[in-house]
Design a binder for this molecule. Structure first.
Ligand code: 5GP
Ligand code: MN
Length: 334
């Protein structure tokens, strides 16, 4: 982050402010972890902070400290819009373009207060007054740790803030597996452990809270997997009917796409999930090595993300979307 931006923010934050913190739509562990970490930090610094999520967050994150205080834009558009428009300062975390907030974008484009973007996605838009964007980081949470450091406030990080930061680092790094996990990441985590987090318990909360239905849905997803060794690719589909059969709840398909990459020789994996209510096929892409799924998602499926993890959507049927994908496989080199 630029020195001038840090000075400006230090000055802004020197007196109590009304601050709104916003994650992307369908927030994941990093989006929720970073917004709540910043929320607890700002509250401790005597500001009035409010986290407003565009839509509801998945159940597997409901244990996060402060998640009960998060307001959901979709559930109360009038009240949340007013809070946003009356804020002195707005943080947008873990996304690079306002459309990632869905319909909430309409409100955010009307904001006159300064905005601060903290994010690790490629090609950040220029809507924010102050931008801290760096794709070298594996998570926005690691950047929040740095940001608090830029303000010379690392000592304010208590167990609660550290727990939120750890959650995003752990989830966005695939539990410290992805290449973006650096020695610095581990040093940050070491400091978080020194600040009292129960890292093992956080993993239990995140990953050992499956419902029977979720595992059955995972079983179906794995059975639906198609493998194309010649293209080093595999993909999974889940239809709305299948989601209904296993009483799908938000978050149930989180991480399922990664199973495709665990097959020997597979470097590109996708999952196509039919969401009839939103009239879209939600797509996740993952790769190992140099195949850029961010570019692939941008070029063909209205999406984006990072080199090895990206998402997108299709407005065609599940069948047609998959057909398009299979067709594209013959035209790319992985
Ligand atoms: P996931 O597949 O877990 O939903 O997303 C993987 C990564 O790609 C995440 O960092 C997520 O923020 C990003 N991503 C997912 N969907 C989209 C999208 O539609 N547009 C953009 N720009 N990024 C996305
Ligand atoms: Mn993230």
């Amino acid at each position: 982050m630029k020195k001038e931006a840090i000075f400006a923010l230090q000055e802004l934050l020197a007196t109590p402010k009304k601050i709104v913190i916003i994650p992307h739509r369908s927030p994941d562990g990093d989006a929720m972890g970073s917004t709540l970490a910043l929320y607890h930090f700002l509250q401790k610094e005597h500001h009035t902070a409010t986290v407003i999520s565009p839509n509801d967050f998945p159940n597997f994150l409901a244990w996060l400290p402060g998640s009960d205080k998060v307001l959901i834009y979709e559930n109360n558009k009038e009240v949340t819009s007013n809070i946003i428009l009356e804020a002195d300062l707005i943080f947008t975390l873990d996304f690079n373009a306002l459309h990632r907030t869905g319909e909430m974008e309409q409100v955010l484009t009307k904001v006159t207060a300064p905005m601060v973007m903290i994010d690790h996605h490629q090609k950040p838009d220029t809507f924010a007054t102050y931008t801290y964007s760096d794709t070298a980081y594996g998570s926005t949470c690691e950047m929040i740790y740095n940001f608090i450091g830029f303000l010379s406030k690392t000592d304010v990080i208590d167990t609660t803030i550290a727990t939120c930061i750890y959650t995003g680092i752990a989830t966005d790094s695939g539990s410290f597996r992805f290449p973006s996990t650096t020695s610095t990441t581990h040093r940050v985590v070491a400091d978080l452990i020194d600040r009292g987090i129960n890292n093992s318990e956080i993993h239990n909360q995140l990953f050992d809270n499956n419902s029977y239905n979720r595992l059955q849905l995972l079983g179906r997803a794995l059975q639906n997997m198609k493998v194309f060794p010649e293209y080093k690719t595999s993909y999974i589909t889940l239809s709305q009917k299948e989601l209904d059969e296993f009483h799908y709840e938000k978050g149930d398909t989180e991480g399922v796409v990664n199973y495709g990459l665990t097959i020997k020789g597979i470097l590109f994996a996708a999952i196509f999930i039919e969401h009839k209510d939103e009239k879209i096929i939600k797509i996740s892409f993952r790769s190992q090595g140099s195949f850029d799924v961010n570019q692939f998602a941008r070029d063909h499926f209205n999406g984006g993300g990072h080199i090895n993890a990206a998402g997108g959507k299709s407005y065609e049927s599940l069948q047609d979307t998959v057909k398009k994908f299979e067709n594209l496989l013959t035209k790319i080199t992985i």
